[in-house]
Structures are given as C-alpha cells and as structure tokens.
Write a protein that binds this ligand. Sequence first.
Ligand code: MTE
Length: 316
Amino acid sequence: MLIRRAPRFAASEITDPKLYLSRRELMAGAAALVLMPAPGGAATPKGQALTAARNAAFSLTEPPTKIDHATTYNNFYEFGVNKDDPSRLAHTLRPRPWTVQVDGLVHKPKTFDVDELIRLFPLEERVYSLRCVEAWSMVIPWIGFPLASLLKRVEPTGQGKFVEFTTLLDPTQFPAQKPGFFGYSSLDWPYVEGLRLDEALHPLTLLTVGMYGQVLPNPNGAPVRMVVPWKYGFKSAKSIVRIRLVSEQPKTSWEKAASQEYGFYSNVNPAVSHPRWSQADERRIGEFRRRATLPFNGYADQVASLYTGMDLKKFY
Ligand code: MTE
C-alpha cells in the first residue's frame, strides 16, 4: 500500500517468517482458545469459540495459514503502517457492544447489534485465500454469512447501484486516527470501501464475524469485516459500523490517497501491474516460494462474468 516514509517492503516481508513470527502454534478450530492476550485487556470476547459447518463447495482444500501468522502479520492502518502494529496495539479496540447501521437506498434500514447478526444469519466456514496488493497472501478459514442475506433483509429499493462500507472512526480505539500519530499514512479516516451492487450480492462475498473457529481477533478487523476473495485485500474493510446502499460509486480511502495506484475494482489481476511492482506472483505467508497469482485470485469461474465487456486494464 502507499506508505511514504516507510520502505516498500517491511523487513518482516523479506525475513524468514520463522525469525519474526512467534513459534506458538495454536490449533485451528479448537474451541475456546485464548488468543493473543493483550495488555490492558480489551472489552472483547477474545478467543471466544464461534463454530460453523464448513461449506466445502466454497472452500479451498489447501491447508490454512498458521493462525499465529494470520493474527500477527496484518494491514490495519488504524493501528499504524507496520505489519506487527495491529497485534501490538489492537487491544484498544472494543468489539462489544458493537452495532452496524445498514441503510441508504433500502426500504427497511436497521441498526443491528453484532450478536444479533450472528444469531439471525446461519454461519458458514469458508476457506478462502486473501491476496494482498503487496503480493502476499494467506489462506484462512473465515466464518460468516453471505452479505446478500443481510442486504435482502433490509429490502433494497432498486435505486442503489453500489454498497459503501465504513470502518469505525474513534481515535480512542484506533491510535493512528489521532492527529499527529507517529506512523504516517496518507489515508483519510474513517476507512471507506465499496463494491458494485452485483459484486456485493455475489454468493462469494462474505460478511465475516470469525476465523479459525472463534470470533474475529482484533488485528483481523473485529467484530465484523468483509472478505471479498477475488479482490485485493484492501477491498475487505475491517471493523465495519455502516453498510450503505448508494447510487453513486463510493469514493474509497485508497482511491482518495492514490487513485493512480488503487482503483475502485481492484480485482486480482496478474496481467495488470501495480505502478511500482508486479502482480504476477505472490508469497503465501509462512512459505518461501513464490507462486503464480491467478486471475481473480482463482475465482474466475465464479466471478469473471460480472465484468464481461469491461476493459480490466482501465477499470483496475
Ligand atoms: N480495513 C481497515 N479498516 N483498515 C485497513 O488498514 N487494510 C486492508 C484490509 N482492510 C485495512 C482494512 C488490507 S490492505 C488488507 S491486505 C486486509 O485488510 C488485511 O486483512 P488481514 O489483516 O486479516 O489479513
């Protein structure tokens, strides 16, 4: 991502992950794990078990990234620009109580408590890879439900063409939102992302409340985030407080920061380089070898038809 004062790749990205990642290996899927005890203790059900049957039809068969890696190597700029900032600092995030306002061009706008969402919509586990624009990726057993289920419940009026996602704005919980925070990033707060309505309604698009058999850990966007597996990771907004149906294409945080580098669509595309580096291959966190990046992150069969007739070099 765009970090003006930091080197393009953090030292951790070119170092043997074994040297910088903890050796603890927590068992994926085990119940009631206590995950990443944080100084100060957040008002969060940290590590609380959250289980769901795996949806095999929507799951990769390759083994998931180790949970230790997935929770300590993160992009969450509200805590700073370094990959280990979220795991060091995210204890200030308070994921309960938490509400998500769902409104805009809908007949039945409603504010949902996050636990109400968990009760209302049948949860599924789906093993998706998330491919970051910085050319690394992880394979994670996410737990959530199709965003489409929530959108249908609030009854879109038919005038909405896009869905806008907004992350919490609260400098008491997100240190990097404080003016003068040391780790500079060029992002405007709150973090805003968006999808076209048909992308938002696609069955792969997951509103996510957990991973590895437990509620979402703070560094991964507790208590509720998006996972849009065929797009670069930054499209998957974390710690969401508002989901709004709108008629105009939302102005996203990364487009505002650097529109020549981060487009609205941001579909994973090995044929379109980022202006400063190639997108042709990637490294799974926890591995050394690089692997070829697949068009739409391997989900082309399911989603390529959404873009028929579009020049994906222009609409990057
Ligand atoms: N959401 C918010 N609110 N703030 C962020 O900085 N980073 C994005 C995305 N969602 C980000 C965010 C980026 S760049 C990536 S790659 C993914 O979150 C990383 O998700 P992960 O930490 O669970 O791997």
